[in-house]
Design a protein around this ligand. Structure first.
Ligand SMILES: [Ca+2]
Length: 346
């Protein structure tokens, strides 16, 4: 998932209008999201002195529902981190002998709504920083038959609805192995994603605190799945994001296991056990800093099915392919005692 610089400028303007119209009243997550369903995304500069009074901030400190990764950032927190601290170096471990223990999972072996002890929702029709067309609701995410199904459908009023779910503040990790078994939707305009965003944005707003895309697929490019990372130095805005795609026959016909292995000095993704993508920051810079490797702070998982948008809708959308489904058989998170021992993680 990406944010264009043009959009950032536009949404900053809209954010100002929202601030003026809403005022500085406190808003709960649902009120904000439902009440601003028709607004554009909003994003304020991370140095804004208005942050602590921003009405878009929910109880967890996030301005949820306003853009793809728009979070409250405490400038004092950002400033405490040395800009030139060397990252992703000096970790010694035997990759081949790493062991992993299951620390979190959802097998979706229940019926009805998502388990809210594990998942939250990002709601609304904000464009999410990517000019996406869908409106996210809670009701488009349904658990049954042993899986989570995200329904993408056109409502009677013409709105195309879907769901975006996240483990933010309920499942947040530094390093680990993440396995998601999923079957993708198909058709021009669909854009399913399995990805991670920083929970605390310690290094600043997107993309400075990082983004890990485990799996993305756009319907007009059927059977090509990709993984990417975004950082301050490597991101879509400046055309330097690190990304790779592979052909995956039957991506929308069968379940495949998408896996992220997040280590203290590299990120690797796999599909069905085959390596898709590898990001080793020291390949690009001898002494990486947070600008190349912000991935030493906790991140959370997101699963969503977008409609249209800068990438998903790059060749238009075909409403005749609706409804579509994005099915997730399970989500499993593992951590390695060996890695935890050398990084001080629990
Ligand atoms: Ca299952």
């Amino acid at each position: 998932m990406i944010i264009s610089s043009l959009n950032k400028i536009r949404i900053a303007f809209v954010a100002l209008l929202v601030l003026l119209s809403v005022g500085f009243t406190g808003c709960k997550e649902n009120e904000v999201l439902e009440g601003n369903a028709n607004n554009e995304t909003s994003m304020l500069p991370e140095t804004s002195s208005n942050f602590t009074q921003n009405p878009m901030i929910d109880d967890s400190g996030f301005r949820v529902g306003q853009s793809v990764s728009d979070a409250y950032v405490d400038p004092s927190t950002v400033n405490k981190i040395p800009a030139e601290q060397i990252k992703a170096k000096g970790y010694e471990y035997d990759y081949d002998s790493l062991t992993y223990e299951l620390v979190w999972s959802d097998e979706f072996d229940y019926e009805g709504e998502l388990d809210t002890s594990k998942w939250g929702y990002d709601l609304g029709q904000s464009g999410w920083g990517n000019n996406e067309l869908e409106k996210y609701t809670k009701t488009n995410a349904v658990v049954g038959d042993g899986m989570l199904t995200i329904h993408l459908r056109k409502e009677e009023d013409g709105t195309v609805t879907s769901s975006r779910v996240a483990t933010r503040q309920k499942g947040d990790w530094v390093y680990g192995k993440f396995e998601i078994c999923a079957k993708l939707p198909s058709g021009k305009g669909t854009w399913p994603a399995i990805w991670m965003l920083p929970t605390d944005y310690r290094y600043g707003s997107w993309p400075d605190s990082g983004e890990i895309d485990i799996m993305e697929h756009v319907g007009y490019h059927q059977d090509y799945v990709s993984s990417s990372v975004h950082t301050k130095s490597y991101n879509h805005k400046i055309g330097t994001q690190k990304t790779k795609e592979i052909k995956l026959e039957g991506a929308s016909e069968e379940f495949h296991v998408y896996c992220l292995e997040w280590l203290p000095d590299k990120i690797i993704t796999y599909v069905d056990g085959n390596k898709l993508f590898e990001f080793v920051p020291t390949k690009y810079k001898t002494e990486p800093t947070k600008d190349e490797w912000p991935f030493d702070k906790r991140h959370h998982l997101l699963i969503n099915l977008a409609w249209g948008g800068d990438w998903g809708g790059a060749r238009g959308v075909d409403e005749s392919i609706l409804p579509q489904e994005f099915q997730i058989e399970y989500v499993r998170v593992y951590q390695s005692p060996e890695i935890n021992a050398i990084t001080g993680q629990k």
